[in-house]
Design a protein around this ligand. Structure first.
Ligand code: SF4
Length: 399
């Protein structure tokens, strides 16, 4: 008798190396993906759920009739705590229990991945809004290596895919040069990003050069960007800009519970509401000097990897004008600044440095920012009001 071993069909994916190591941590996850997201349902899935007892009461048609599409026809009615009502106490989803994994919505199957299908390849990127993704991303030096690998997309499951044309050769060269310039550098991340921003700001359209030539141009440009841009300790600037922004924009709803938790931890580490600003700065300087330095000794690549991950996730931005690319890069820097600020204070509050804590903070803030731009907008405004120029000073927030 011949025993046939089933072979999983494989798709060639392009993406960061850490992606193939991802496994959902399930019940052990501190920030389950069943919290705080709108779960869209395509028309067939909506109808199936609507007709299934025990599930039907938790679904509704999506938004306004004119905006409804086959892909986003319905949605799950989230509970008042922002959580998915289909999640049972044992951690098992009611859809999986009643209908089987094959009937999970595309949103649930795909998270924390984003799959982009171009004529040439399947590009898979990952959101740090999942703490396990944030951990894998920050944990090892080579996790952001880009590679083509065999990646099994389970043929029984439905995945959300964005279809897109490939980047033009020019845009791909620009993306590759920026990515490599930052990935291969051993200088300070804030300085390298400032070089990239300055270089792109000097262009009125995309350069028509090879990736190698653009990389050379970036290195040459780096020679002219002043490395002594920081004349004083940037901590004061960082506390002055980031702390009020976080305080002002926390929404007092249960849905923002996880975010509030990390923000409260930060508040505590800075000394609480009644401590004068000068003392808060002193506390932050101390935390940055001790815990952050220790963390950077252990994981010198962690912050850079989060930034590179943002570049990969938003690779298609490189088809836009240099000015638009700079705007997006500034957004990534502001996100990173908020993540890093709270990471430093969390280490201080818990008197420990741990990659799991760093990942939890990265995931909480990323999830918050994915839903609301209020924090980033407030931070931009604060920079604008204070210094009049967001582009050239944003990187000081991660110095
Ligand atoms: S957030 Fe990530 S690790 Fe947590 S339950 Fe979702 S996929 Fe799993």
């Amino acid at each position: 008798m011949t025993i046939q071993t089933p072979v999983k069909p494989k798709a060639t994916q392009f993406g960061p190396k850490f992606g193939t190591a991802f496994k959902c941590t399930g019940e052990a996850c501190r920030l389950s993906c069943c919290k705080g997201w709108t779960v869209s349902l395509d028309k067939d899935t909506y109808r199936l759920y609507r007709d299934t007892p025990d599930i039907a009461e938790h679904v509704q048609k999506a938004g306004k009739t004119q905006n409804r599409s086959n892909k986003a026809y319905g949605e799950i009615k989230l509970g008042s705590d922002g959580g998915c009502p289909l999640l049972t106490e044992t951690g098992l989803c009611k859809v999986q229990k009643s209908l089987g994994e094959a009937h999970l919505s595309e949103t649930c199957t795909t998270f924390p991945r984003s799959i982009t299908q171009t004529p040439k390849q399947t590009a898979v990127s990952y959101t740090p809004a999942c703490p396990e993704i944030a951990r894998l991303c920050m944990d090892t030096a080579d996790s952001m290596q880009l590679e083509h690998s065999d990646y099994a997309l389970d043929p029984k499951l439905k995945y959300a895919r964005l279809t897109s044309p490939d980047l033009s050769d020019t845009s791909q060269a620009l993306f590759g040069a920026v990515y490599n310039f930052i990935a291969l550098s051993d200088r300070a991340l804030w300085r390298d990003i400032l070089v990239v921003i300055s270089y792109l700001s000097s262009l009125d359209r995309q350069p028509t050069a090879t990736q190698e030539d653009i990389t050379q141009q970036l290195f040459a440009f780096g020679e002219h960007v002043r490395s002594d841009a920081i004349t004083t300790d940037p901590s004061i600037f960082q506390v002055r800009m980031i702390y009020p922004t976080l305080l002002q924009t926390v929404e007092l709803s249960e849905a923002a519970r996880d975010f509030r938790l990390v923000q409260e931890t930060a508040n505590m580490a800075l000394g609480g509401a009644h401590v004068p600003f000068e003392q808060k700065v002193k506390n932050f300087v101390l935390a940055r000097e001790t815990y952050w330095k220790l963390f950077c000794q252990q994981k010198p690549f962690a912050l850079k990897n989060l930034f590179l991950n943002d570049l990969i996730r938003n690779r298609l931005v490189f088809s836009q004008t240099p000015e638009q690319i700079v705007d997006r890069i500034v957004d990534f820097v502001l996100n990173l600044a908020m993540v890093r600020f709270i990471q430093i204070l969390t280490f201080q509050a818990k008197n420990t440095i741990a990659i799991d804590e760093a990942a939890f903070v990265a995931a909480s803030i990323s999830r918050k920012l994915a839903h609301s731009q209020k924090n980033r907008t407030a931070l931009k405004k604060a920079l604008q009001d204070h210094l009049g120029d967001v582009r050239s000073v944003a990187t000081l927030l991660i110095a």
